[in-house]
Design a protein around this ligand. Structure first.
Ligand SMILES: Cc1ncc(C[n+]2csc(CCOP(=O)(O)OP(=O)(O)O)c2C)c(N)n1
Ligand SMILES: CC(=O)[C@@H](O)[C@H](O)COP(=O)(O)O
Ligand SMILES: [Mg+2]
Length: 613
């Protein structure tokens, strides 16, 4: 079915019914698969109106982040495939150029759309192609550094792009920062909205034009709407993002504009499903839920690594006023909600500004505080220069709580945290720790704060959970030797030196085959004495990590002797559940066993590693 043709043939009444049908379909599928429900329910009408005016196969529509593209996917050939979204082997939850010609630029990280669109526009110009380039970007993404850099380039590039800002006052949590305040003012400017409401009534065309002029003047006066103009963009809106007709009218008008234009569109995040309208934060990245009650179907009795991190940090902060928590718009995801509630003065949500967060933490650290930047591994990639230049070079004691390290699951390649070991390991001064389980994570954080912190320390842990309860965890809390590796079991012939939670799988494989397992909580520094012991007492030595093997943990061990490195080999793994992906990557118990036997059979080893020493 050609849905673009179909929506162009419908009248507004039928379009609204169709929007409802799309909503129900999205709710149904996402209740079973999990996904970005609230963001997608907010843009159903916006997408329909946009595609009645612009053609996603002919024009270039660039969706920022790509997490809100479900209606886009449905209208561009993926209606039947939609139930497979985010599942192993199914379609992606984001835009993906391999999936459809309508996905003009792949995304997953926030803030890339405007720069990508500007590049595409320049390329089209060079080929003398006259097509429209349109960006759709959320008000959260709009405040991110990369988006603002690109916004600043529009005028000097003589660009004609059209930018639709989806204004819903929300990032994942409430949007923050001066710019979001400005967008909120636009959204709610009362005098302006009153005039707009008058305009909704049936009025004659000349009067409408006159009112529009007054409205625009008022908008500028009351909302300080010169930000876009100062950057060389015309600004229209805010439009009602749930009124297809109103948006279509304006989109049609701007299509022919020969200058860059911002159109702000007010939407309600989670629109059309009570539970997500009431709590858009929880339904931003929703796990499976029951549609009638709106309750999440999470496994009871399980504690996530993020929760465990947040919980111990609160406990420590109760006794240490110098502890400060920082997030880049990921308060709930990183487990910092409780901290934010208990210590609002020591909690900073700086918005989607990972680079700034790193340097901000540096500023706190140099002033005697103990900043903890809780950040997903994939998003810390944004702060690489700051890690080197601002933190490590000055050896500042910042703690990086690196969540979602390893395979994340359904979000897929844009979100897997596979590179942090490699990109941190190469930087002098930084220490990297990777606990084995939740108890060990809590022990590790407890130990780190027990002593003076004299260097930047990164602690990595996955998007996972374990059965347990906090009482038991705190009953067993203890100091650990952070930089000394632990021999978990001594076996024969084969040894696995493993880091992080994947060590649990290594132990299972080793128990079956009577192999040695060494747990390397510290990725950097490595424990040279234990490496020597392993190499001197085993014929076959393997390292194991949940991360890229290129520049990863194994390579640090390989500096001291002959080892085979197991981990993720130079690929961007797809999406699917975390368990499925670990199996697919041969990083579960059976996979590890298979890889070890295959490797030994291939004879990659010296007969006896003793020789090296
Ligand atoms: C670099 C980066 N940091 C953080 C995130 C996590 N993230 C995804 S969507 C989002 C909020 C985006 O808000 P907005 O653009 O307003 O979209 P909405 O969901 O409100 O429509 C955040 C913080 C990300 N994807 N990329
Ligand atoms: C789109 C985005 O980047 C986030 O919403 C991300 O999907 C959240 O992931 P978690 O569900 O792991 O918090
Ligand atoms: Mg938003």
């Amino acid at each position: 079915m050609d849905y673009i043709k179909k929506i162009r043939e419908m009248n507004y009444k039928d379009l609204n019914k169709f929007a409802q049908q799309i909503r129900e379909y999205i709710i149904d599928v996402i209740s079973r698969n999990g996904g970005h429900l609230a963001s997608n329910l907010g843009v159903v009408e916006l997408t329909i109106a946009l595609y009645r005016v612009f053609n996603p196969f002919e024009d270039y529509i660039i969706w920022d982040t790509g997490h809100q593209t479900y209606t886009h996917k449905l209208l561009t050939g993926r209606w039947e495939l939609f139930p497979s979204i985010r599942k192993f082997g199914g379609i992606s939850g984001y835009t993906n150029i391999a999936e459809s010609q309508a996905d003009r630029f792949g995304a997953g990280h926030v803030g890339t759309s405007i720069a990508a669109a500007l590049g595409i526009e320049q390329a089209l110009r060079k080929e003398n192609k006259k097509v429209n380039v349109v960006v759709v970007i959320g008000d959260g993404a709009f405040t991110s550094g990369e988006a603002l850099e690109a916004l600043n380039q529009i005028k000097s590039l003589n660009s004609k792009i059209k930018i639709i800002v989806n204004s819903n006052s929300m990032s994942i949590s409430k949007n923050v920062g001066g710019l979001s305040h400005f967008l909120d003012n636009l959204r709610t400017s009362k005098v302006y909205l009153d005039i707009k409401n008058i305009m909704k009534r049936n009025i004659s065309e000349p009067l409408e034009d006159e009112l529009k002029r007054i409205r625009d003047a008022i908008k500028v006066t009351f909302s300080g709407d010169d930000f876009f103009e100062a950057l060389g963009l015309k600004h229209l809106g805010p439009l009602n993002g749930h009124n297809i007709q109103e948006m279509e009218k304006v989109f049609t008008r701007v299509k022919d504009y020969d200058y860059p234009t911002v159109i702000t569109v007010n939407t309600i995040k989670g629109k059309g499903y009570n539970s997500s309208e009431d709590d858009p934060e929880s339904f931003h990245s929703a796990s499976k839920f029951d549609i009638s009650s709106g309750t999440f179907l999470s496994k009871s009795g399980f504690i996530s690594y993020s929760e465990a991190f947040g919980n111990i940090l609160v406990k420590l902060a109760e006794k240490d006023e110098h502890i400060i928590a920082i997030t880049a718009a990921m308060k709930t995801g990183t487990g910092l909600s409780l901290f934010a509630q208990k210590f609002p003065d020591r909690f900073f949500d700086l918005g989607i500004t990972e680079q700034s967060c790193v340097t901000f933490a540096g500023g706190l650290a140099i002033s005697g505080f103990k900043p903890v930047f809780a950040v997903y591994s994939t998003f810390l990639q944004r702060g690489f220069d700051q890690l080197i230049h601002d933190i490590a070079l000055q050896n500042l004691p910042v703690i990086f709580a690196i969540d979602r390290a390893g395979v994340v699951g359904e979000d897929g390649p844009t979100h897997h945290g596979l590179f942090d070991i490699a990109y941190l390991k190469m930087i002098p001064n930084i220490r990297i720790l990777a606990p084995m389980n939740i108890q060990d994570l809590v022990n590790t954080i407890y130990t780190v704060f027990k002593f003076p912190i004299d260097a930047p320390i990164a602690i990595r842990y996955p998007r996972d959970s374990e059965f347990g309860d906090f009482k038991k965890i705190y009953d067993k809390i203890q100091l650990v030797e952070l930089y000394k590796w632990e021999i978990l079991r001594t076996g024969k012939n084969v040894a696995i030196i493993s880091t992080g939670t994947i060590t649990q799988e290594a132990v299972k494989a080793a128990q079956k085959n009577n192999w040695t397992v060494v747990f390397a909580r510290s990725i950097k520094p490595v424990d040279i004495n234990t490496i020597k012991w392993v190499l001197n007492n085993h014929n076959y030595v393997f390292t194991l990590e949940e991360g890229t093997t290129y520049g990863g943990f194994g390579e640090s061990v390989a500096r001291y002797g002959k080892v085979t490195i197991l981990g993720i080999e130079d690929i961007f793994p797809t999406h699917g559940s975390r368990r499925e992906l670990l199996k697919f990557l041969k990083l579960d118990k059976d996979g590890i066993e298979t890889k070890i036997f295959e490797s030994i059979e291939r004879g990659q080893y010296y007969e006896n590693a003793n020789r090296i020493w």
